[in-house]
Design a binder for this molecule. Structure first.
Ligand SMILES: Cc1cc2nc3c(=O)[nH]c(=O)nc-3n(C[C@H](O)[C@H](O)[C@H](O)COP(=O)(O)O)c2cc1C
Length: 110
């Protein structure tokens, strides 16, 4: 088993994509507002590596406002078919505008 946590994540994520019935990339994203009140919801992982774990959202959403006020978050994957969870905590920053634009352009109009 890999000892590097990013390699281990790659290995486990590949297993999860093969064994989960759907949405292996779904993860819970926990944020907190400026007063520390927590909030959690599901988002989709759209990229990952030592530079960070990437998701996309509307900056005008509740989570967007919370992250603007308090740019720290926690992520949780739970892959039931593997009986595994992965917990990730850290600071949050915007992806490059070009990356966000490319992702937005890839979404269906609906
Ligand atoms: C499986 C799943 C995946 C989701 N993926 C995303 C996502 O990638 N980005 C996003 O903004 N919302 C996603 N949502 C919707 C969020 O869970 C949430 O309802 C929405 O973003 C509003 O959250 P907020 O009011 O806390 O900002 C997803 C929901 C589910 C159930």
């Amino acid at each position: 088993m890999a000892t590097d946590p990013f390699q281990l994540f790659d290995d486990w994520f590949a297993e999860a994509k093969a064994s989960e019935p759907n949405d292996a990339e779904a993860m819970a994203l926990a944020t907190a507002d400026a007063r520390g009140r927590p909030s959690v919801r599901m988002v989709l992982l759209k990229g990952h590596g030592p530079a960070g774990f990437v998701f996309y959202t509307n900056e005008e959403s509740a989570k967007g406002a919370q992250l603007a006020a308090n740019p720290r978050a926690a992520l949780l994957f739970h892959w039931k078919s593997l009986r595994r969870q992965v917990r990730i905590e850290g600071s949050v920053e915007r992806v490059a505008a070009a990356d966000a634009d490319a992702y937005f352009a890839s979404r269906s109009r609906d």
